[in-house]
Design a binder for this molecule. Sequence first.
Ligand code: BG6
Ligand code: MG
Length: 234
Amino acid sequence: MLVDRYPHQQLPTVNEQRDKMIKACIFDLDGVIVDTAHYHFVAWQRLARELGITFTEKENERLKGVSRMRSLEIILEIGGIELSEEEKEKLALRKNGWFVEYINAIKPEEVFSGVPELLQSIRSKGIKVGLASSSKNADTVLRLLGIGNMFDAIVDGTMIVNTKPNPEIFLLAARKLGVVPSDCVVFEDAEAGVEAAIAAGMKCVGVGLPGQLSTANEVIRNTADFQLADLEKF
Ligand code: BG6
Ligand code: MG
């Protein structure tokens, strides 16, 4: 007699197996889709220089993903400078003016090579694609790159109260995409972003150099290096 070693009730049904699959990929913008992270750094460094503060690329890692005001506060902390809220507002505006000036020259070809194709192939598998950027300039960047229609949902810095490392932005993106957090993978180049994704209960692919972003589930050098087959690992 044939012995059923794997009784049906112990085997996952097709639906249960599907439930284990990743249903959405959520991308950060600056440094993941396009090199605007560099423009943020150049603008902050220009401001720091005016304030007589030495601000290095290494210190800039702390600014990635966090809000404009928090970024300014980190620079002021580095320089040991204390300012009133009003003065800080003025400086943050000044930096943003330079940043907007830099990004206004962005051309569609500046999107990281291979990224539009990656977004398309994710979507062609029936997996949703979202964007979650702390930036209040995300709309402008997406318009200049002409890639806004490649996302099923977009959340930016104008729609949230708490920026990364708080998980709010990713939880809102998941809600807009109609998926639960545990079915999402986040692509992030910022330590604060990786922390936010993990706090949201999501998986995270870090985009950075080996040795960086060590709490991410996987680290790749460039966003387009991501292999779709890896989604099954998560
Ligand atoms: C994030 C960047 O995407 O947006 C941060 O990584 C930046 O460096 C933050 O500070 C806020 O951007 P913005 O454009 O609103 O000043
Ligand atoms: Mg980023």
